[in-house]
Ligand binder design. Structure first.
Ligand code: GDP
Length: 369
């Protein structure tokens, strides 16, 4: 088959005999140019046709099916939006199947951070969310970091079984699966992989060998993430594309920070202390007095305070307030899903208010960094 025609999508030798086998092209399509195998054709086709994403209920039903299989589950999360991208209750769905937690976008963390600390933090947080993992791996699909280790880990835990890939939207699932497949499988060229957010709930099967496949599931949409609540054009502004530069503010009580008009942080009560913001550098941080904060927003949201623009602000949920009490000695982040987090550095405790668009997950968590 070496000299025969090959698929322009994945490079495999095409054949028109066996519908179930790799490289199948219907006889009628053999003359097409470019010549694409049916599997790649479908992925491409669905990818283009899809604008609708399966709702949570459908997704969970699909996930439920995984519990009935004997497989290895790979859950991809985004380190920049960990709590927003972790699938709550995954354990219930996957049953006894082992879970490898793959933490992507590790390149976004500031340089010089001890990976062991991050790994322990992730393990601990996952445990608190009720998820048992056989392994936590830190990777960057963008840079290719951690993939050798990932391939080894999958091979050792897979033991001939299928690998199910699950994750929320935008965690880098497509990028990761694509890289994994091209490193991993026998296919000559990079496979056309899509995250397949279609109306159809079919899974994408990508053969690993004669028996087992990597099975890519559609990305689950969580509207508790700011990234799902802003107009798409803002994603480049709120999601950093290079390591976040921590910005430290020395604050007195009754001072406020605005993050564009997307979020607000009030230091309500406590001794003078510093707070470090881990947010995208494209987001302007504006400092003001708490007493003036409401008026500033009323007069300047969408102008001096942006993003978003006034027009887009109208389409977003209003800011709502979450109060947190930081105990003396506690090391915590105030985290806004999709936006980033604020690390409290004081040792003497504080009361803070975090304002975020209604519905966006806003929590206090053990400090990541
Ligand atoms: P999916 O929706 O989960 O399939 O995610 P995609 O693969 O489409 O990636 C979503 C966004 O995250 C894109 O803008 C990618 O460029 C970006 N992305 C994916 N992997 C990484 C990574 O390792 N680091 C960074 N900084 N960005 C990434």
């Amino acid at each position: 088959a070496a000299a025969g025609p090959r698929c322009a999508g994945c490079g495999i030798a095409v054949q028109a005999e066996n519908k179930g086998a790799l490289g199948y092209v219907p006889k009628a399509a053999l003359e097409r140019s470019p010549l694409v195998c049916q599997r790649c054709f479908r992925m491409k086709h669905y990818n283009e046709a899809s604008s609708v994403t399966p709702d949570q209920g459908e997704f969970l039903r699909l996930l439920n099916g995984v519990g009935g299989t004997d497989s290895l589950v790979v859950h991809i999360v985004d380190i920049y939006d960990f709590e927003g991208s972790l699938i709550g209750g995954l354990q219930r769905f996957v049953g006894a199947n082992p879970v490898v937690l793959v933490v992507n976008k590790i390149d976004l963390l500031p340089p010089g951070i001890n990976p062991n600390r991050i790994r322990n933090w992730v393990q601990q947080r996952a445990k608190e969310e009720g998820l048992r993992t056989v392994e936590v791996l830190l990777v960057s699909a963008k840079r290719g970091t951690g993939f050798e280790r990932l391939a080894e880990t999958l091979e050792s835990h897979r033991r001939g079984r299928d690998v199910y890939i699950v994750g929320a939207t935008n965690v880098g699932k497509s990028s990761l699966v694509n890289r994994l497949i091209s490193d991993y499988s026998d296919l000559d060229a990079e496979v056309t992989v899509s995250s397949y957010p279609g109306t159809t709930l079919d899974l994408i099967h990508i053969p690993l060998d004669d028996e087992a496949s990597v099975i890519d599931t559609p990305g689950i949409v969580y509207d508790t993430r700011l990234t799902e609540r802003v107009p798409k054009a803002y994603l480049d502004m709120i999601v950093p594309n290079k390591p976040v530069k921590p910005a430290t503010y020395q604050l007195d009580a009754e001072q406020t920070l605005y993050f564009g008009a997307l979020a607000r942080f009030d230091f309500v009560e406590g001794a003078h202390q510093s707070f470090t913001c881990y947010v995208s550098p494209s987001l302007t941080i504006h400092r003001t007095k708490l007493a003036r904060a409401d008026a500033l927003y009323a007069d300047h949201a969408g102008e001096l305070l942006q993003p978003p623009t006034k027009e887009d602000l109208a389409s977003m949920p209003p800011l709502t307030k979450h109060r947190f009490r930081i105990k003396p000695g506690e090391e915590v982040d105030l985290y806004i899903s999709g936006l980033g987090w604020i690390r409290a550095n004081g040792k003497s405790g504080a009361i803070v208010d975090v304002h975020a668009p209604k519905g966006v997950k806003t929590i206090m968590r053990p400090a990541l960094i």
